[in-house]
Design a protein around this ligand. Structure first.
Ligand code: ADP
Ligand code: MG
Length: 214
């Protein structure tokens, strides 16, 4: 079960990054140095090349190994940041397929690692402006305990959060060099985070039972 999930996660995430690499690069050309698509594609191609090795591992170990690959292979700020996200999600992973509350705990651990690594908070126009609202919404949906479509809700929160990065002034990363001129542009890392979330939701829905708990 876990091997199928890992395979689908790798396929879905690497496909979405590959097919949107030009868009991510264009966003980074506007407020950065224009390498975000290339950086992300390089990292996820490397992960895709390790698909069978990763699928043979427990989910937690696979996430940690994929995270290390991103740290090592992706140039730029985003490699160590996404690497930290995956590594700390992996460290927080349970032995089997995570339940929804366990998934929320993993995501919270990963997001906290990105915050430590990047010394950034919400509102600084970074990937965190998608990751934090998604992580909070997942926890809230679980606490509400109502029968909702988690995937649709999370994807919609991510889409809204992504578009709101346009209004923010960058205070971290290369875009912060532009100051006020960063306003009016969507953050490239927030865009890759929203794309990755959509891919993860699709992969999980395709692999797991309707409750999402396997
Ligand atoms: P670089 O900025 O080194 O060229 P990328 O272009 O690959 O690296 O990634 C840029 C993205 O990284 C930004 O759009 C932003 O979302 C994210 N980012 C940059 N600095 C930080 C930080 N300190 N904390 C969180 N995310 C950051
Ligand atoms: Mg860049």
């Amino acid at each position: 079960m876990s091997a199928d999930l890992i395979r689908r996660l790798i396929e879905a995430t690497s496909e979405v990054i590959e097919s949107h690499a030009d868009q991510l690069t264009a966003l980074d050309q506007a407020i950065g140095d224009g390498d975000h698509g290339v950086n992300m594609a390089r990292g996820f191609r490397e992960i895709a090349a390790q698909k069978e090795t990763l699928a043979a591992l427990p989910l937690g170990e696979a996430l940690q190994k994929a995270g290390m690959t991103l740290v090592m292979k992706v140039g730029g700020a985003s490699g160590p940041l996404y690497g930290s996200l995956l590594m700390d999600m992996g460290k927080a992973a349970p032995a089997g397929i995570p339940t929804l509350p366990e998934l929320a705990t993993m995501l919270e651990a990963g997001v906290a690692a990105v915050q430590r690594r990047g010394k950034a908070e919400a509102g600084e126009k970074t990937m965190l402006d998608v990751l934090i609202p998604v992580s909070r919404m997942l926890r809230r949906l679980i606490q509400d305990g109502r029968d909702v479509d988690y995937g649709t809700r999370l994807v919609s929160v991510a889409a809204h959060a992504l578009h709101r990065t346009s209004e923010l002034k960058a205070t971290k990363g290369r875009a912060s060099f532009l100051g006020e001129r960063s306003i009016g542009h969507i953050d490239p890392g927030a865009c890759s985070s929203a794309l990755l979330l959509g891919a993860v939701v699709r992969a999980v829905e395709e692999t797991l039972t309707p409750t999402g708990t396997g």
